[in-house]
Each structure stands twice: as C-alpha cells, then as structure tokens.
Design a protein around this ligand. Structure first.
Ligand code: URA
Length: 231
C-alpha cells in the first residue's frame, strides 16, 4: 500500500492515519469460493470459456456481499398457515452499471440474484499512451438518483476509468454508488477513494502494484481479452 506521512497528495486532505482511512472504504471479500475461483482465473491455463463462466459466478458472489447491508422493512404476508410480518428489501432499488467491456462479465451473475435491477452502460476505453479514460457511450435509467448504483469493472488498476465512470454517474444524478471489482491495485484504490470518498469498494483481492503499462501485478492479464478471447 502507498504510504504518506502527511495528507493525501492528490487532494491535500489530512488524515491522522491516511492508510487506515483509504482502507476503511474497502471490503476484501475473503469467502473461500471467491478466492478459489479467482485463483483459477489467474492461471494462464484458464480457457476463455472457463474464465467467462468464473467471472459470472464471482459476480453473483460479489453481488451477495455488496448488498449485505441493504435495509429491510416488514411486510404483512399470508402464509398457508398464518399471517405474519416478513422482511423485504426496503427503499431504493438497484442499478447495475458495468464499465464496458469487461464489466459486462459480472452483469448476468448479478442479475441472477437481482433480476429486477435496472442496467446502466458506461463505455470507456483506456488511452494506451496516457492511460486516461475516454468516454464513448453512457446510458443510465432516468430515475438513477433514486437508486443504489453498483458500478462494476473486474480490474481497479490506475483507477482512471472508475473515477470517470463515477463522475458520469453523478452528473446523471446518481447519489449512492458502490464499486465492485475482482482485483484492485493500491494505486487504483487511492485514486478512486481520493476522487470520490463517498464511493466504497468491494474487491476479491488487493494485488501488489501496477506495471509500466498500467497492468495489475501479479493480476490476471487483460480481463476483457481473457473473457472474450480477443487475444
Ligand atoms: N485492465 C485489465 O484488464 N488488466 C489489468 O491488469 C489492468 C487493467
């Protein structure tokens, strides 16, 4: 993890323990099924078919974790034997927002759990030279302001795409956003947390660092290419 003696270098915010603040917004999902599937995906021998299937399955498991604290309310229902007060999810409904294209890998797995969720699509590509995120498509539901948005991208690397995606969502009205990924680099966590401190992160692992090309090390390579067989 990146360490600083004083405040955040990108926003000059001062914290007693900066690293503790950064990580207070990050949940590492250590569930054995998630960890096992992630290991299978990391291996170079994992086929495109298996990789795509595993991303889908981990999407379901991460969806379970990111929705763990959704508030419940009681509803009066009638069972075959009696009337009872039973819990249902209260308030805001969900929007799943994959960052194209790799984020799409999580989508079906998440929709399996929450079939009524709306979907926003965010098209960003990474400029190969500057590594900055460039928008080519954005479409979100009109009532995104009233919903919890689960933003998803398997790799939180430089954090540029995640920061840009959150900005686009906020500009369209979203006020409650969570970010889900498979792997995070310390650099990406710092970038996202500093730019959008209100956005919490769920990840299956935090890897060592980024290489000179902005890839996560040890990582799993290019998630989009491995998922869609484009390399
Ligand atoms: N995107 C990927 O697909 N892999 C990385 O390691 C970093 C960004």
């Amino acid at each position: 993890m990146v360490r600083f003696d004083t405040g955040c270098p990108c926003c000059n915010r001062e914290y007693y323990d900066y690293e503790e603040w950064l990580m207070s917004g990050v949940t590492v999902v250590g569930h054995p099924l998630v960890q096992h599937k992630l290991t299978l995906m990391r291996e170079t021998t994992c086929s495109t078919k298996s990789f795509r299937q595993l991303v889908n399955e981990v999407g379901t498991l991460l969806c379970y974790e990111v929705t763990r604290d959704l508030p419940l309310e009681k509803r009066t229902i009638q069972t075959p034997l009696a009337e009872m007060q039973a819990p249902v999810i209260a308030g805001k409904k969900l929007v799943f927002a994959p960052i194209l294209r790799a984020g799409v890998g999580f989508l079906d797995g998440m929709l399996d759990l929450v079939p009524s969720a709306r979907v926003a699509h965010i098209g960003l590509y990474r400029d190969p030279v500057t590594l900055e995120a460039v928008k080519y498509y954005f479409k979100a539901p009109a009532d995104v302001a009233d919903r919890l948005v689960i933003l998803m991208d398997p790799m939180l690397a430089t954090g540029h795409s995640a920061v840009a995606a959150v900005k686009l969502l906020k500009e369209s009205g979203a006020r409650d956003i969570r970010f889900v990924c498979l792997l995070a680099a310390p650099e990406g966590i710092e970038e996202l947390r500093c730019a959008h401190p209100d956005v919490k992160v769920w990840t299956a692992a935090i890897d060592s660092h980024l290489n000179d090309h902005g890839y996560i090390v040890p990582g799993l390579g290019d998630a989009g290419d491995r998922m869609f067989g484009t390399k």
